[in-house]
Design a binder for this molecule. Structure first.
Ligand code: GLN
Ligand code: ZN
Length: 743
């Protein structure tokens, strides 16, 4: 059977109204039983398959549904359930959720970013003792469920090489030969059930890989390709360029190879240099699965035709799974019509794929013309003029020694100053106030009143605890990006544009569609109110340009760097206003700096140049006496470490409590010589560390960084914590700092 002409690599599984989230959470809370959860899930799967069929997509994926995460599903399919969970003796579904969420006795698998997206997967735990065993049950039952609806599907799994490259443990990749045998028997089971095509995802190969890793990929697919009994194999890649892995895969017997031609335009060049592609189907990812803009179908069709000229067979697909975009634009009734006309969510992208598939066969005459440039109303010529006029000096502050002296004069802080990262607990009352505001039962003034009361509470608490640099606590922020998106020109919010972030958690990223401009100060009122309550310095609190872009859907009609600089200019003005209002310290958070790092080293420098440049544009408009902090949510910087120095913040707070301060040595090794606040309290857990424990961490830190540059703070913001552990932990934190100062 041929592959077909149009497909998607995956589809959102949460449901148009987040039905899956609601059902799964109800199951966790004991409000519904497993049978009820399973029936909701089956309903959602059926809807997706029928939607895809009705759209006339002719190659439909299955096994892309998941109760939590598709990497976890593949772990279960190959029997990689760690003994610590099997031991619990729970029913299968509850073992699954125990791996995802942990239970009292066992912490969950680690959660981490899925490549450069905002989706998080569960990291498989693999070691020499892991007994791989095939478990095709889920894939087979989805396949027959779809068959019962008259729909033939292509089961999808994470491929064996990527699975192990994403896993942790003692050298998981060394287990590839073993694991491939397990895939071999999975494939045999699928073939016996009548499955004609299977999709194995190998996105790990769009990142830099060693020749050995590429050779291992080749061997794995030669072995799977030579199996007597198997479906036809489609190896999918996405998020970038396969590089040397492409000729390696072309040299195996697999029948189809998927290439992301949106994020990886170089794939096309590589393909045309590969010689005749006899017997291969190339699945051309022409419709962006990672952003929400309509495709320029005519341009995409030209690319498709080029691929058709090279391969035996071509199919059109989304560039990656549509998991990363919201379900259906039809659910947005309040979006500006000009904007709406430019958007395509998952459902609309399926139509684009089908149209392109048809165009490859019948010609491109019917394809709609590309969209015109953005309407004049979305332009801000003043912002553009400011961008063009920028000089290097606009991204440069005075030298650090001079800044540090002026700041110390003004702030008069002790050694080892104590502070927090910004947010205080988002209590049920705060969420209730926001819900009432949305529902209209609380007016803006009443809402502001409640937020001010919370700010006052947070300031008084910090004073009582004896912290040195205070924060206002961010009670007014629903989300650190959305909050700014709602106030800036050029951003739109959706009503229902939910995207799965991890498990049942969904986010609704704003859309940056036009030139970004600040209409009015965004945070000054809250920060000045907090400062008016105390003599201690209060930190202004902003989200940095890179993070704002990373957690939004961003326009693609101009370079990301330009959009980032537009955001940076708005933040620069905000910093100046905060400074003018009397704030002496301003923090600009960049937790996403590393997560959007390009996967291949050759693209990283260009990214870091603009990313760092935008941050500096945002933060260098203030006087040398104003202290700029930044916060990064991780401690393994890898390649990014020199960029941290390049940000030129006066103080950088980072996560370190779990990494035991090793990051300070890494920073010392690159000559980082400004303030640093390694987290001494892991806020991801409710556990309250003792003063001694924190003092011990600080002692290690003081060995690497002089006390005058060392800050004492938690790992991250406190918004997900409760007040009891926050008060206790901060009390211990202040005591630990005092104990060290006394030495
Ligand atoms: N200032 C933010 C907070 O404290 C930072 C959060 C983050 O880095 N993710 O919540
Ligand atoms: Zn953080």
């Amino acid at each position: 059977m041929t592959f077909g002409t149009s497909t998607v690599l995956g589809y959102p599984r949460i449901g148009g109204n987040r039905e899956l989230k609601k059902a799964v959470e109800a199951y966790w809370a004991g409000r519904i039983d497993a049978a009820a959860l399973e029936s909701t899930a089956a309903g959602l799967r059926g809807q997706v398959w029928q939607t895809l069929r009705d759209a006339r997509l002719d190659a439909i994926p299955s096994n892309t549904f998941s109760y939590y995460d598709h990497v976890l599903d593949t772990a279960v399919a190959v029997g990689a359930v760690p003994a610590r969970f099997r031991r619990l003796g729970l029913p299968e579904l509850d073992t699954y959720f125990a791996m995802a969420r942990g239970v009292d006795a066992e912490p969950a698998l680690e959660l981490t970013k899925w490549f450069a997206t905002n989706y998080h997967y569960l990291v498989p735990e693999i070691d020499a003792d892991t007994q791989f065993t095939p478990n095709p049950a889920k894939a087979l039952s989805e396949y027959s469920e779809a068959r019962a609806l008259g729909i033939t599907t292509r089961p999808v799994f994470v491929g064996p090489a990527t699975f192990l490259l994403l896993a942790k443990g003692a050298d998981p990749f060394a287990r590839l030969d073993d694991l491939v045998e397990t895939y071999a028997s999975l494939l045999a089971d699928l073939a016996r059930a009548g499955v004609e095509w299977v999709q194995l995802d190998e996105p790990a190969y769009v990142a830099d890989r060693t020749p050995d890793e590429i050779d291992a990929l080749r061997r794995a697919y030669i072995r799977l390709g030579e199996l007597e009994q198997r479906p036809q194999i489609f190896v999918a890649s996405y998020f970038g360029e396969l590089g040397d892995a492409l000729p390696a895969l072309l040299g195996t017997p697999v029948e189809a190879i998927g290439l992301d031609l949106v994020a990886g335009p170089g794939n096309l060049r590589r393909l045309s240099g590969a010689g005749p592609l006899r017997g291969k189907t190339i699945v051309a990812g022409l419709v962006d699965g990672h952003n929400i803009w309509r495709t320029d179908l005519r341009a995409a069709a030209v690319t498709g035709a080029t691929v058709a000229g090279l391969a035996d067979q071509v199919a059109v697909s989304s560039s990656c799974s549509l998991l990363h975009v919201p379900v259906d634009l039809d659910a947005e009734t309040r979006l500006d019509t000009e904007l709406r006309a430019r958007l395509a969510f998952a459902r609309q992208k399926v139509d684009e794929v089908v149209l392109l598939g048809r165009a490859l066969r019948d010609g491109t005459a019917d394809l709609p013309a590309p969209l015109p440039p953005i309407p004049a109303a979305w332009r801000h010529d003043d912002v553009r003029a400011r961008l063009t006029a920028l000089r290097p000096a606009d991204r440069q502050r005075g030298d650090y020694a001079g800044r540090a002296a002026q700041q110390q004069d003004r702030l008069n802080l002790p050694d080892l100053p104590t502070t927090t990262i910004g947010s205080f607990p988002q209590t049920a009352e705060l969420r209730k106030a926001r819900a009432e505001l949305r529902a209209g039962s609380l007016d803006q003034a009443g809402y502001a009143q409640r937020m001010r009361a919370e700010v006052e509470h947070v300031v008084r608490l910090q004073e009582a605890l004896g912290l040195d640099v205070l924060v206002h606590g961010e009670p007014e922020r629903n989300d650190m990006v959305q909050y700014f998106g709602e106030q800036l020109d050029g951003f739109a919010a959706t009503d229902n544009g939910w995207v799965q972030s991890y498990g049942s958690r969904c986010v609704r990223p704003p859309i940056i569609y036009g030139d970004v401009a600040r209409k009015a100060p965004m945070t000054v009122e809250w920060s000045t109110y907090a400062q008016s309550l105390t003599n201690r310095p209060v930190k202004g609190m902003l989200t940095g340009p890179v993070t704002i872009l990373a957690w939004s859907f961003v326009r693609t009609d101009q370079p990301l760097a330009d959009t980032a600089d537009q955001v940076a200019l708005a933040l620069r003005d905000e910093c100046r206003d905060l400074e003018a209002a009397g704030l002496r310290v301003i923090q600009v958070d960049e937790p996403a700096l590393r997560e959007t790092l390009p996967l291949r080293r050759e693209h990283q420098k260009a990214y870091l140049d603009w990313a760092v440049g935008s941050f500096r544009l945002a933060t260098s408009g203030v006087a040398d006496a104003t202290q700029i902090h930044t916060h990064l949510c991780y401690s393994e910087f890898g390649e990014v470490i020199t960029a941290i120095d390049a940000l030129d913040a006066d103080v950088t707070s980072i996560e370190a409590s779990r990494s035991k301060m090793e990051v300070l040595d890494d920073l010392a090794a690159i000559g980082y010589s400004r303030g640093v606040g390694p987290g001494v309290w892991d806020i991801h857990s409710p556990r309250v560390p003792s003063p001694d424990e924190m003092a011990e961490a600080l002692r290690r830190a003081v060995a690497a960084v002089p006390a005058r540059r060392l800050w004492v703070n938690p790992d991250c913001g406190l918004k997900t914590r409760g007040y009891p552990e926050v008060e206790a932990s901060l009390q211990h934190l202040v005591a630990a700092a005092a104990a060290l100062r006394a030495h």
